[in-house]
Ligand binder design. Structure first.
Ligand SMILES: *Cc1c(COP(=O)(O)O)cnc(C)c1O
Length: 399
């Protein structure tokens, strides 16, 4: 029996473990130097001016909404083929999350459908890098800027990814077509801090707000101190104890323990991505002859730029003569884990109940959902693991 391969998992080595142990022996478990070091190194790696770390990407998306000034009365458009957090963040701030159907070939949020869905209350758009593949950000930003819509890219699948545009390479999180970009460091993503997230931005003001909302809305120094009221103006004296709360913020800090792991993982991100690409290339070749498998969309010139968080082919279950549940059970018998990513968010009971969304709202995403299966893809898979997945999948029709 082959060892069980889940659809995704972390790759941790002794260097990562030592980095965490070193912090545990140091003075600061949180609010210490590792946080700033990780943020600086991540910003440098991506090529962004600012990187602000968060306890998780869900919190980072929440704060991105607040920093962009999104609130009640606003509508936020995203993709239905994503994790629920991409849309929930709009609801957190009292705005209405709404969905734009995906492109049938790429399954990505697309500029044309976005433009058609625009109403005057749309104030932000959250394009998602599904599986690591970047949506057409220049086209999306062109529509958004024409209509004064903030662009927050959900690149939770895409730390380290990018795209070519006008003959130039652009890194996700450091191009001019998003106001803020959000990354996740959950263990199944392309690098991990256990739980963790990051916002990158080139805008000083958005970075300032993101930091403010991340930690209770508290300010400790600077020119914008307001004092505590006329009768207490003496308190404006900036003693070492002094702080002011300027906004209703949260505690979404990432700890030094996690940032140490992040710094260590970041050193390996390029190697992780290279291994993911190798595996995707091997899968695509192996499955190219199977008429009942449609390999993930990726033109040859995009393969290299994509961080490949997921390998999600579309199966023709009718052609194969098996249901998805049968396929997943059969694969599991061989130790091959699989997952369905994603159930279209607008079909979730809470979304149907709260906003009246119904099947048929995003037919392309709904049809794709019926065919998607994510197969094991993580850098720690060796060639034998990859061959075992291929063999297990290709023997399905003979069952
Ligand atoms: C994982 C994920 C998130 C949430 O990330 P967390 O760090 O787990 O909060 C948001 N959006 C997408 C697309 C994701 O895959």
């Amino acid at each position: 029996m082959h060892r069980f391969l889940s659809y995704g998992r972390q790759s941790i080595d002794e260097e990562d473990i030592q980095a965490v142990v070193d912090v545990l022996r140091s003075d600061y478990l949180t609010c210490g130097p590792a946080v700033e070091e990780f943020e600086k190194e991540f910003a440098r790696f991506i090529g962004a001016k600012h990187a602000i770390s968060f306890a998780n990407a869900t919190g980072a998306l929440h704060i991105a909404m607040l920093a962009a000034g999104i609130g009640p009365g606003d509508r936020v458009l995203t993709s239905p083929l994503t994790f629920v957090a991409s849309a929930n963040c709009a609801a957190f701030v009292g705005a209405i999350p709404d969905f734009v159907d995906v492109d049938p070939a790429t399954l990505l949020f697309c500029a044309d459908e976005f433009e058609k869905a625009l109403t005057p209350d749309v104030k932000a758009v959250i394009p998602v890098d599904l599986a690591g593949l970047s949506p057409d950000m220049p086209a999306i930003a062109e529509v958004a800027r024409k209509h004064g819509v903030a662009v927050i890219q959900d690149a939770c699948h895409a730390a380290g990814g990018g795209f070519e545009y006008n003959g130039q390479h652009w890194k996700t999180g450091a191009h001019p077509w998003a106001d803020m970009t959000v990354f996740s460091f959950h263990p199944v993503k392309t690098m991990t801090t256990g739980e963790g997230g990051m916002i990158t931005t080139d805008c000083d003001e958005l970075a300032r707000k993101a930091r403010l909302y991340r930690a209770h809305g508290i300010v400790r120094s600077g020119n914008d101190m307001q004092g505590l009221g006329s009768d207490l103006s003496v308190m404006k004296e900036m003693g070492p104890w002094y702080y002011e709360m300027h906004e209703l913020g949260y505690n979404y800090r990432l700890t030094d323990i996690q940032c140490a792991l992040g710094r260590s993982q970041l050193k390996k991100l390029n190697a992780f991505m290279a291994r993911r690409r190798d595996i995707v290339r091997t899968y695509n070749e192996a499955f190219s002859g199977a008429t009942w498998i449609e390999t993930p969309y990726c033109p040859a010139d995009r393969l290299q730029d994509t961080s490949w968080h997921l390998y999600s082919p579309r199966f023709d279950f009718e052609g194969l003569g098996m249901t998805r549940t049968e396929v997943m059970k059969e694969l599991a018998r061989y130790g091959v884990g699989s997952q369905v990513l994603y159930i279209p968010v607008h079909l979730q009971p809470w979304y149907r109940k709260t906003y009246g969304y119904a099947p048929g709202k995003c037919p392309v995403a709904e049809r794709a959902y019926a065919k998607l299966i994510s197969l094991p893809l993580f850098p720690a898979m060796d060639d034998d693991d990859v061959a075992h997945v291929i063999e297990s999948v290709l023997k399905l029709p003979s069952l």
